[in-house]
Write a protein that binds this ligand. Structure first.
Ligand code: HEM
Length: 507
């Protein structure tokens, strides 16, 4: 049981080697921590034996208290905390910090099980958040143990979608057969709450876009071998399409695959670039040029495969790599789909890739809106809270309105995905998903810009109170370039609409 103290008792611990402080009725012993304190010893000494609540919340996020809980000694007798303290899995009460259904509004889309699922996923991911941030900050390869925890919770398969979760136990007791795209949406959103885009790409980025190529186009033996390993986190996988001289222009790839004279294997030679998760991958779903066109091959990390890390602004735990294939032998059974029809495989996953990005992007913006709302409410300048300034309210209004419009469009698209088969989705949703992605990254641009102005210097500091804002403004361009650039998305959206434009329509 937690100990209780009087304020008088705390006041006695106010010498340099015996320092207790009070933060919202919780008592912390800072004696051992003071020399390690990133803010230095001086500011803490000023509050030795005293209540430091306002000073603390003016300089740190509450996360800090969760991370350093080991220094908590107990509480002040007969006093109740005044500040809401986050518990793993909690739904935020700050306006617009959650999507509409979770803010108590009616929803035609979500049922009781979706609610249970979100809380269960949030509890699991909250429990792993500190570890996730350590990988993100150090740029290290996310450990096998860490990735396998996600695999064991069913959360790797859950990121890939309804087809991948069959046979898995899912958080919140959700049955795999009821797992629809709204559950998938929840999973992408919850992962985005780590605000670790580098780590997220390193664990999930490569996998979510490559595993479907095996599920949908692999031979049964290949599926039986690869999928259990990747979805449990024992092996890692990526999609290797782009090359140093070809980005979105897939038709021009130069990596070759020549069939051996006995027809048993291909010999692959070439280079791939910007391959997310590539530095850590055991399997590469790879676009190659065969004699009559483009083909897709599942290549294992064997002799002749080399990967080199590319440093990007999202951090090295993304494992973004330069991949070289030097006379790599690949069994013909590793062909995905039909030889020379690899384009089908490449194109098959674009809509889903964009969908995943959309879900993550709205949550990244939502975290920032929540932080801005809280900060504007507590930060006082020129004798007023920031929120009392009309210019700040105006910025928040723009952020909220853009975020909510995007999320509502995304919910509509998710509903369409639930009610269309793959073919109908390809025909009807390619355009709207592309336009939604185009608008989403414009929204991120505005939200990150306004959030920076609200947060000031904290927004350009990697750790501390502005962490989520700094992360968004440093990394949102990934969403505007990867999975089809903003310009290509806009163009594709209008060209798709033109396909169905009635030729006899007149103004
Ligand atoms: C449980 C008590 C405390 C813990 C665990 C703690 C921990 C930290 C950590 C981890 C940071 C790095 C920035 C961040 O991650 O937010 C930091 C920064 C800082 N802390 Fe503390 N701190 C505590 C109490 C205090 C108190 C009572 C003060 C007194 C005012 C203080 C003043 C500062 C300052 C001035 C900074 C630098 C902020 C900046 O760079 O903007 N801390 N602290």
């Amino acid at each position: 049981m937690s100990k209780v103290f009087s304020r008088g008792e705390v006041a006695k611990h106010s010498s340099e080697d015996d320092i207790w402080i009070i933060i919202d009725t919780a008592v912390y012993d800072m004696s051992r921590f003071i020399d390690m304190h990133p803010g230095g010893a001086f500011p803490i000494l000023e509050y030795a034996g005293k209540d430091a609540t306002d000073a603390f919340y003016g300089l740190h996020k509450q996360d800090v208290l969760i991370k350093y809980d080991r220094y908590k000694l107990g509480t002040i007798a007969n006093e109740k905390p005044q500040i809401m303290f986050y518990q793993p899995g909690d739904i935020s009460k700050v306006p617009y910090a959650e999507s509409s259904a979770w803010m108590g509004y009616k929803s035609p889309y979500f049922n009781e099980n979706h609610f249970k699922f979100r809380i269960a996923v949030r509890q699991i991911l909250d429990g792993l958040k500190n570890e996730a941030r350590e990988f993100e900050d150090s740029g290290e390869r996310p450990s096998d143990k860490f990735v396998q925890k996600l695999g064991a919770a069913g959360l790797l398969a859950a990121n890939i979608g309804p087809d991948a979760v069959q046979g898995f136990q899912l958080p919140g007791g959700v049955k795999p057969e009821e797992y629809d795209y709204f559950y998938e949406m929840i999973v992408h959103e919850e992962f985005a709450r780590w605000a670790c885009p580098g780590l997220g790409s390193g664990i999930l980025g490569g996998m979510t876009i490559s595993v479907p190529t095996v599920i949908n186009f692999g031979k049964p033996e290949l599926k039986a071998k690869i999928l259990p390993l990747v979805l449990s986190g024992k092996k890692r996988m990526c999609l290797a399409i782009t090359e140093p001289t070809t980005g979105s222009d897939v038709a021009n790839i130069k990596t070759t695959a020549k069939l051996s004279s006995d027809g048993s294997h291909y010999i692959v030679n070439g280079v791939k670039k910007w391959i997310t998760t590539g530095a850590f991958a055991d399997y590469f779903s790879t676009a190659v040029r065969t004699d009559g066109g483009i083909s897709m091959l599942l290549i294992e990390r064997t002799e002749g495969v080399e990967t080199k890390l590319i440093k990007t602004s999202s951090g090295s735990s993304a494992g973004t790599a330069y991949v070289t294939f030097d006379n790599v032998k690949v069994p013909v059974d590793n062909l995905l789909g039909v030889e020379n029809e690899g384009f089908k495989v490449v194109l098959s996953n674009f809509n889903h890739e964009r969908y995943i990005m959309l879900c993550g992007a709205t949550m990244a913006a939502r975290l920032v809106v929540e932080d801005c709302f809280k900060w504007a409410n507590q930060r006082k300048v020129f004798g007023k809270r920031l929120i009392d300034q009309p210019v700040i309210r105006n910025k928040l209004a723009g952020m909220i309105a853009q975020l909510e419009s995007m999320h509502n469009w995304l919910e509509n698209l998710t509903y369409q995905m639930n009610h269309m088969d793959y073919k109908e989705q390809s025909i009807k949703l390619a355009g709207p998903l592309a336009l939604c992605k185009y608008q989403m990254t414009r929204m991120l641009h505005h939200v990150s810009d306004d959030a920076c102005q609200i947060f000031g210097g904290r927004a350009i500091t990697k750790t501390g109170m502005g962490r989520n804002i700094e992360t968004l403004q440093r990394t949102y361009k990934f969403s505007a370039i990867l999975g089809g650039s903003e310009e290509i998305m806009a163009d594709l959206g209008v060209r798709q609409a033109l396909k169905y434009f009635p030729q006899n329509a007149r103004l």
